[in-house]
Design a protein around this ligand. Structure first.
Ligand SMILES: C[S@@+](CC[C@H](N)C(=O)[O-])C[C@H]1O[C@@H](n2cnc3c(N)ncnc32)[C@H](O)[C@@H]1O
Length: 398
């Protein structure tokens, strides 16, 4: 019988609502979310499905337990008392990694060592053994102590979910696949609308959009750490993978468009798209943003132009934003979404955004500026409710 398992999907700060909506669309419901973690209940199949489908989350973890932790003695007892034998078989390999933030128990190597010992003690009692060889499947234990609250977790994912397997090489300042997917999921783009990224670099946003357009599970071509766990049966994986294959849609109405001024990164983008199986869905073109001209309507631009922080300097970024204002100005029916950390973006682009959202590109704090064009005649406003967590421009809304 399926178990009721407490699961946590982790994400970059600011993406919790996006992950939560993804979970909802998969049929799971958030219990609570905080600081890059969304907690929900699922079963064994949920572990397979969420790893295969979540686009904006970093990892999926099993929550074994959580409790307040102020001293190592009590911490040891609490960890030992958790039901480790429900997860770890007798031959489990169980490395422990730990982090502590603003807590009395703060020495991470000691936290790791005490946790390892407490789990081993727990297993000794369960399996009536004194020694464990750890030659079997890997159960990576993660301890997180935040403001004296300990969480004991087991990673199901292995290499982060952003590792879709299509990006062997990247441009100079690539966006994480999970962040790129989130930009698309926050936007109003759907497979019936034109898509354009005029600063596509290694093509991450276009590739993620193409996969969303095809309803293709981003993890379909990769493996996960928990695939060797005995709790997840072959049948679970078969069912989850078959479902993912069955749900793939045909080509969207229009090819997605991606352009960049730099030939070298375009070649990279093209090979990444082919690797992702999306080569036939995206048209790449060498183009300076200033050359952008189109008579198409109701399209959506989702882009990550230079910030002046990593690529070039602030003045050259300013010139690019000025060019963007000229190029995008005539696109009165389009919606435009721009991720940048440049503090003067709205001034240089000569337009205040309808919505903003704080997001991180790696460690760089950015704003996601959202300019909402009119709804196309074939869509209803209710087709896609707004993603919670956007800051609105009050002057424009009232
Ligand atoms: C921040 S990177 C985009 C990274 C991309 N999102 C990715 O995941 O690889 C910005 C890109 O803008 C391109 N670029 C700079 N100036 C441009 C211009 N005037 N017109 C078009 N592309 C430009 C650069 O070549 C670079 O690839």
């Amino acid at each position: 019988m399926a178990r009721r398992i407490e699961l946590i999907a982790t994400s970059a700060f600011g993406l919790e609502a996006v992950v939560s909506r993804e979970l909802h669309d998969l049929g799971y419901h958030e219990q609570y979310s905080e600081d890059g973690r969304v907690t929900f209940i699922g079963d064994e199949l949920a572990i397979c499905r969420c790893n295969l489908w979540l686009r904006s989350a970093d990892r999926l973890l099993v929550k074994v337990g959580g409790f307040p932790a102020y001293d190592f003695g009590e911490y040891f007892d609490q960890v030992e008392a958790l039901p480790w034998n429900e997860w770890l078989p007798i031959d489990a390999k169980f490395p422990v990694s730990g982090k502590s933030v603003r807590s009395q128990l703060h020495h991470e190597p000691t936290i790791q060592a005490v946790t390892k010992k407490a789990i081993a003690e727990s297993l000794k009692k369960s399996y009536q053994r004194h020694w464990f060889e750890e030659t079997g499947a890997e159960y990576q234990i993660e301890v997180s102590i935040l403001k004296d609250q300990a969480l004991l977790l087991i990673d199901t994912t292995g290499p982060g979910l952003h590792k879709r397997g299509y990006r062997a090489t990247s441009g100079a300042a690539p966006l994480r696949e999970t962040t790129a997917a989130a930009l698309v999921l926050i936007s109003c783009w759907n497979r019936d609308r034109q898509f354009l990224d005029p600063f596509c670099g290694s093509g991450t946003i276009a590739i993620e959009a193409a996969m969303i357009g095809r309803n293709r599970a981003p993890g379909i071509n990769r493996h996960f750490l928990c695939e060797n766990w005995h709790q997840l049966t072959r049948e679970n994986w078969k069912q989850a993978r078959e479902e993912a294959r069955d749900l793939v849609l045909g080509k969207p109405k229009f090819p997605l468009m991606a352009s960049d001024i730099d030939d070298r990164v375009l070649r990279l983008a093209q090979s990444n798209a082919i690797e992702a199986g999306m080569g036939g869905d995206i048209e790449f073109k060498r183009m300076d943003v200033l050359e952008l001209k189109t008579s198409l309507e109701y399209g959506v631009i989702i882009t990550n132009p230079p910030y002046g922080e990593r690529l070039g300097d602030s003045e050259s970024a300013a010139e690019i934003y000025d060019d963007m204002a000229d190029a995008f100005g005539p696109l009165t029916t389009w919606s435009i979404y721009v991720l940048t950390s440049h503090p003067g973006f709205e001034r240089l682009f000569r337009c205040r955004a309808d919505r903003r959202r704080k997001l991180y590109n790696g460690r760089i704090e950015c704003q996601y500026f959202q300019y909402l064009g009119p709804i196309p005649p074939w869509e209803k406003a209710s087709d896609r409710p707004e993603m919670p967590g956007n800051e609105r421009d009050v002057d424009q809304d009232e």
